[in-house]
Design a protein around this ligand. Structure first.
Ligand code: FMN
Length: 355
């Protein structure tokens, strides 16, 4: 099992922070937002606020779960959460498995002091639903005062590890009892979510899906590096842009996996996402220049996002989510094969003047 306590967790953090562990194409280059040469918008007045899982966010962004459980993680989580609070975006902690095993490490995840108002998301793996009682899991979420729980699904990463968790049978059914107690986000970690899985997740009461698509941080590659063995499965997964298209008609989507610019983020929203998530880059900015550097870089991305809203004539997030866009290349082929209507995305009734 991954993202656990001890040396492997440190290995992951070190490898992710220092090696080139991003791999693949999330297919945002196959999406073109249609430019408006005289947009009915004022860049200074664009409204970017959203409500997500009962929380008001200033921008539809979140820093997604990465760390916790080890001493090194405490300050990272607190500093990243402070940035999230300052900017008015969401924040997720890394897998709380370590905390289930050793409750005393709870404070490496606790960020409510730094983020009193914004959305804070806890995190466990599907495997922990077998190993720990629902009560114990709920207690772990309550202890850090999180608003919701992300349950991560990472079968590709597990499958290439000799000591991985190879049994994913009946796992989704195990989410259901938790969904009655608090909002649950089902979350992939780099291989994307399909429409068929989204339907099952919705039936089990999950409130949102973080698609964690292919084309950003690549956990198969990270495990292959740790093991010193190459694997063809570095190419495995549903590209993030395709996964958004698959899942957004079914359940609210957090678009994570290779979002690297504000333009990627705007495209993700245009494809149907409700929020976008950024992982590895925030850790890298943190290592390179601390909290201020993370904040500056996220502000740059948010500015790019607003420029894309301006240039598509989107005054608010609802309008951005309806903006017209053209899907080409591999993403187009994906859509054709999966029955996704690309004409719809290019010719939406946007409420903007048409003549
Ligand atoms: C160092 C690191 C640790 C991570 N740990 C977790 C974790 O504990 N739980 C989880 O659900 N996802 C974890 N992830 C996956 C991220 O939440 C995210 O899904 C993935 O990195 C894709 O986003 P990105 O391309 O912006 O990095 C981790 C990612 C990184 C880079």
């Amino acid at each position: 099992m991954n993202w656990q306590t001890g040396p492997r967790k440190i290995d992951h953090l070190k490898l992710a922070a220092t090696e080139n562990v991003e791999y693949g194409d999330p297919l945002f280059n196959d999406v073109t937002l249609i430019h408006e040469s005289a947009p009915e918008t004022n860049l200074n007045d664009i409204e970017t606020g959203v409500n997500f899982l009962g929380k008001k966010l200033k921008y539809p962004f979140m820093i997604v779960g990465m760390t916790g459980g080890i001493e090194e993680a405490k300050q990272i989580n607190r500093d990243l959460a402070k940035v999230a609070e300052n900017l008015g975006i969401g924040f997720g902690v890394g897998s709380q498995r370590a905390m289930l095993e050793k409750p005393e490490v709870w404070n490496t995840y606790y960020v409510r002091k730094e983020a009193p108002r914004t959305l804070v998301v806890g995190n466990i793996g599907l495997a922990q639903l077998d190993d720990y009682s629902i009560d114990k899991i709920l207690q772990a979420v309550k202890k850090i005062d999180a608003d919701a729980l992300a349950v991560h699904m990472n079968p590709a990463q597990e499958a290439i590890q000799p000591e991985g968790d190879w049994n994913f049978k009946d796992k989704i059914a195990k989410i259901k009892p938790i969904t009655g107690k608090l909002p649950v986000i089902a979350k992939e970690t780099g291989a994307g979510v399909s429409r068929e899985i989204a339907i099952k997740l919705r039936s089990s009461g999950v409130k949102a899906v973080d698609v964690g698509g292919y084309g950003g941080t690549n956990w198969v590659l990270i495990e292959a590096m740790r093991q010193g063995e190459p694997t063809p499965f570095v190419d495995w997964g549903i590209p993030t842009a395709a996964s958004i298209l698959e899942v957004a008609p079914i359940i609210p989507v957090i678009a994570t996996g290779g979002i690297r610019t504000g333009l990627d983020a705007a495209k993700a929203m245009g494809l149907g996402a409700s929020l976008v998530g950024i992982g590895l880059p925030t850790l890298r900015w943190y290592m390179a220049g601390g909290r201020e550097n993370v904040e500056a870089n996220l502000m740059r991305i948010i500015h790019e996002f607003k420029v894309a809203m301006f240039l598509t004539g989107s005054n608010n997030i609802r309008e951005l989510r309806e903006t017209n866009l053209v899907i080409t290349g591999k993403l187009r082929e994906w859509c054709l094969a999966r029955g996704i209507d690309i004409m719809h995305f290019a010719n939406r009734e946007t409420g903007k003047a048409v003549f």
